[in-house]
Design a protein around this ligand. Structure first.
Ligand SMILES: Cc1cc2nc3c(=O)[nH]c(=O)nc-3n(C[C@H](O)[C@H](O)[C@H](O)COP(=O)(O)OP(=O)(O)OC[C@H]3O[C@@H](n4cnc5c(N)ncnc54)[C@H](O)[C@@H]3O)c2cc1C
Length: 414
């Protein structure tokens, strides 16, 4: 049931909404209500991602991503260990497909070092010890702090913890639809008054922000991430993660191999321009906004060369031959018959600055009239969430020291 008032109203029951509720409730704040439009948590990005706890490699120094990723990785790992959630700590290698990718690998090493991430160059012999299936042309980069968790298990644990506090109420099947009055939200279950409002609406963050007069210059472009999966019992060793050198003009990391916390090997995700914020099938999840998205894609195609290269190369990955062609470049030998379609599909809700027509690379946190909005919560926001929640709690709610029971961020054991 929807209460008629809340001290803090959080719209969105993904990892961003839940970790912020956790941070605030741990600091003694009560009367927190989280609204989720779906009938269960994890229906969107937070439950459909790769579960990789990234380790601060790619992000421009001083960005919010760079500041929150490594600390978020440590907090999430500590939380998982405390809660008995499996963490696969096998690290990650970034391999070069051609010699010409070595300068970008050097740049990634520079960025990672500036961000405080532990990375090292490895040669082909060392690479074979870490990931026997991987191949590289020249050096590869090894990140030992990259790990993998099951995101749905994390969401369930967060939900159970929040409900056990008695300070947080999670109301599912309840959609925020607008403001009835400045401090009263209109929802599908009726009105609710609030003192503070948090927009953690993921793929709908821009629409919610517009209700508060923000995000006017932003457009949301959805990108579809499809996966394929190693057949059960197939012999193809992947210990952790095998990633390509990405095009660092874009926020996407390229199709990669990931061994999940449960030991299943996934390939993906793609970054195919999608036709809706929840367009998980070929046409399902499309709505009236599809035409607007197609027009925006067309504008970006002509104005933004980095987007154009994505638009030209990614859609053909619907075809297995093209999907596997990317994957085959990362490993010594590749047999497509060992892989099958995976049920998992995710949408990355990418914001574009419509004045410059540039994809926004960083997270954005904006505030207006007692409301706080987490905009552009793209990868690695799952990894960053616990640290981002601390920052938001401190900067926007005056929470001084986190009261969360997870141990303080500290370097993981080497
Ligand atoms: C394919 C893919 C792979 C990824 N891999 C990784 C990875 O390996 N590591 C990593 O760190 N990150 C990864 N990410 C990114 C990560 O999943 C997201 O950054 C993160 O989950 C964002 O969390 P969120 O809470 O903002 O969004 P969401 O999980 O989308 O949650 C927002 C919630 O708000 C609800 N909502 C929206 N509007 C309303 C409304 N009006 N009323 C009520 N509820 C509403 C939605 O139903 C949704 O449940 C990946 C993302 C994708 C798509």
């Amino acid at each position: 049931m929807l209460p008629d008032r809340a001290k803090v109203l959080i719209v969105g029951g993904g990892v961003i909404g839940l970790t912020l509720a956790r941070e605030l409730s741990s600091a003694g704040q009560g009367d927190i209500v989280v609204l989720e439009k779906e009938d269960e948590l994890g229906r969107h990005a937070s439950g459909r991602n790769s579960g990789v706890l990234h380790a601060g490699i790619y992000y421009a120094p001083d960005s919010l991503k760079a500041r929150s990723c490594l600390a978020g990785n440590r907090l999430m790992r500590a939380y998982c260990k405390e809660r008995g959630i499996a963490v696969r700590e096998a690290g990650k290698v970034i391999v070069a497909r051609v010699e010409a990718e070595q300068p970008t690998l050097e740049e990634l090493h520079r960025r990672a070092s500036a961000n405080g991430a532990r990375v090292e160059f490895v040669d082909e012999r060392q690479l074979a010890d870490i990931e026997p299936s991987a191949r590289t042309v020249g050096k590869a980069l090894f990140s030992r702090d990259t790990a993998v968790v099951d995101p749905k298990v994390v969401l369930s644990a967060l939900r159970a913890d929040l409900e056990a506090t008695g300070r947080v109420r999670i109301v599912t099947s309840c959609r925020f639809t607008g403001l009835a009055k400045p401090s009263t939200a209109e929802t599908s279950l009726g009105p609710i008054a609030f003192q503070r409002f948090v927009n953690a609406g993921g793929a709908h963050c821009d629409r919610i922000a517009r209700v508060f007069g923000l995000a006017r210059d932003l457009r949301l472009i959805p990108f579809k991430g499809i996966y394929r999966k190693l057949r059960k019992g197939a012999a193809f060793p992947v210990n952790g993660n095998i990633y390509p050198v990405p095009d660092i003009r874009n926020p996407f990391l390229g199709v990669h191999f990931t061994c999940s916390a449960a030991g299943d090997v996934y390939l993906g995700p793609t970054a195919i321009p999608a036709l809706g914020r929840e367009n998980y099938g070929l046409f399902s999840g499309m709505d009236a906004s599809a035409l607007g998205i197609v027009v925006a894609d067309a504008v970006l195609f002509f104005k933004n060369p980095a987007f154009r290269s994505v638009a030209l190369t990614e859609p053909r990955k619907y075809l297995p031959a093209y999907f596997y062609r990317d994957a085959a470049q990362l490993v010594r030998s590749f047999d497509p018959s060992l892989f099958e379609r995976a049920a998992k599909v995710g949408i990355r809700p990418q914001l574009v600055d419509w004045n410059t027509k540039q994809l926004i690379m960083d997270f954005r946190v904006e505030a207006a009239d007692g409301s706080v909005h987490v905009l552009n919560p793209i990868s690695p926001a799952f990894t960053s969430s616990m640290d981002l929640a601390r920052t938001i709690a401190r900067e926007h709610f005056g929470v001084r020291a986190a009261g969360v029971s997870a141990p303080e961020a500290r370097p993981p054991p080497s």
